[in-house]
Design a binder for this molecule. Structure first.
Ligand code: NIG
Ligand code: FE
Length: 424
């Protein structure tokens, strides 16, 4: 087979050229986004092998299997990493969207039989092949928008068979798509109707049956729980995190979306990988995160869509903490998997600087799903999974001119998945 070699030359800048071993950036360091201006990048067999600037361009001696892309004034960025999605689902829920316009709250929609349970009822009846085919289309669109790695949760099955069905769909997506895929068991997303008078019976099912089975079959790498008033209590989340830890599945948990009930200190104490949402935060929640390796993950397109508060990104950064960004792509609260929009909202609504937002959507987002050694920056030894922009005047222009498509080319593991003018 011909070698897979790639040279990108003439970049306006290579962006996010963090030194090898940079696990994440936190606090003031989040504003540091290292660049190589007038850069070139070489990749072989999907891995970045060398980078530099015009001044140190060594020339090409070996043309074997070499694809050359002239980036000519365009930026080259690490591809987006999206560490929180619910991309496998049965059907969109635009009816609820209209209900919300008519004034119903998230809780009222759930009480009417909408929300997560509604999605579960539809998914239970759906064939695995159909779920796969629909999710594949969504993920292909996300790749075109520059996403090179994604975490996908179960949580619309709410019974053992259907949760496992969802995770098998995720496994098939991982096997067939070029992007990196991580899986999370979110059986504790809502109490299923069959268990409404037996909550502890459902948590038992998750803890005693599902977590051991999922770990044994390697169907997920993480466990999640929607810890929220009217969903799962802190004590229930603790049981789930402890069971996950016993089986090698760290937590990535939904916390503080609507209320602050002590979930963050509990998740930190149980070594969660990330705490996600964080729209409603108290000082004690921020204090609990200080000095911990847990990644605070914000989902501004969920706040945008629901019209709920945005997470306190500036306060987190000022407390010396890191922030990661994700879409939360799901049919109820965020029907969008577009990380470009998330980066724009992070600047517009969270008041992150463009450099901070890009770090949050690449390096820190990769760290939030343990992919930091292979993705999240343009670094020798990492995967050549990257975005080449259209010609734009500056990096700040990307979030500034929001809603426009600034992507020219997307490359995953050295292979082009979206061909633009640069590659032509
Ligand atoms: O992350 N908050 C909990 N879960 C999802 C919403 C799921 C749904 O409404 O279907 C979220 O926003
Ligand atoms: Fe979510």
């Amino acid at each position: 087979m011909e070698a897979n070699r790639l040279l990108i030359k003439n970049a306006k800048a290579l962006v996010g050229v963090h030194p090898a071993g940079t696990g994440r950036v936190a606090g003031a360091a989040m504003a540091t986004l290292p660049l190589l201006e007038q850069g070139w990048l070489m990749a072989e067999e999907g891995i970045i092998t060398a980078m530099g600037t015009d001044a140190d361009w060594p020339g090409i001696t070996d043309w074997n299997g070499l694809e050359v892309i002239d980036a000519d004034g365009r930026y080259v960025l690490p591809g987006w990493c999206d560490p929180h999605t619910h991309t496998v689902f049965a059907a969109p829920r635009e009816g609820e969207f209209v209900d919300r316009i008519n004034g119903l709250t998230y809780q009222e929609i759930a009480a009417k039989g909408g929300g997560i349970v509604n999605s579960a009822m539809r998914l239970r009846g759906m064939a695995e092949d159909d779920l796969y085919a629909q999710a594949k289309l969504r993920l292909e669109e996300m790749m075109r928008q520059g996403t090179v790695a994604v975490e996908i949760k179960s949580g619309y099955g709410l019974d053992a068979d259907s949760e496992l069905k969802m995770l098998r769909v995720v496994r098939r997506l991982k096997q067939t798509l070029p992007m990196q895929v991580r899986a999370t068991l979110l059986a504790a997303h809502a109490i299923p109707p069959e268990y409404k008078d037996n909550r502890s019976g459902y948590v038992d099912l998750v803890v005693k049956e599902l977590i051991p089975r999922v770990a044994e079959e390697d169907l997920a790498q993480y466990v999640d729980c929607f810890c929220e008033t009217n969903y799962f209590t802190v004590a229930e989340m603790e049981r789930i995190l402890e069971a996950g830890a016993r089986h090698g599945l760290p937590g990535k948990v939904h916390v503080n979306q609507f209320t602050s009930i002590g979930a963050i200190p509990a998740a930190v104490a149980r070594h969660a990988r990330s705490v996600d949402h964080l729209e409603v935060m108290q000082e004690a929640d921020i204090d609990a995160l200080k000095g911990s390796p847990v990644m605070p993950t914000l989902l501004p397109s969920c706040s945008f869509f629901l019209g709920i508060p945005y997470g306190p990104a500036r306060k987190l950064v000022e407390a010396g903490l890191p922030v990661a960004l994700a879409t939360d792509f799901n049919p109820g609260t965020t029907p969008s998997g577009n990380m470009n929009l998330v980066v724009a909202l992070a600047c517009i609504k969270l008041r992150l600087l463009p450099e901070e937002a890009i770090n949050a959507a690449t390096l820190n987002a990769a760290a939030a799903m343990d992919l930091g050694a292979e993705l999240g920056s343009l670094t020798v030894g990492k995967r050549a999974s990257l975005i080449i922009t259209k010609p734009v005047p500056s990096l700040a222009y990307l979030p500034y001119a929001f809603g426009q498509d600034h992507i020219d080319t997307v490359i995953i593991d050295g292979r082009t998945v979206r061909t633009g003018e640069a590659a032509a």
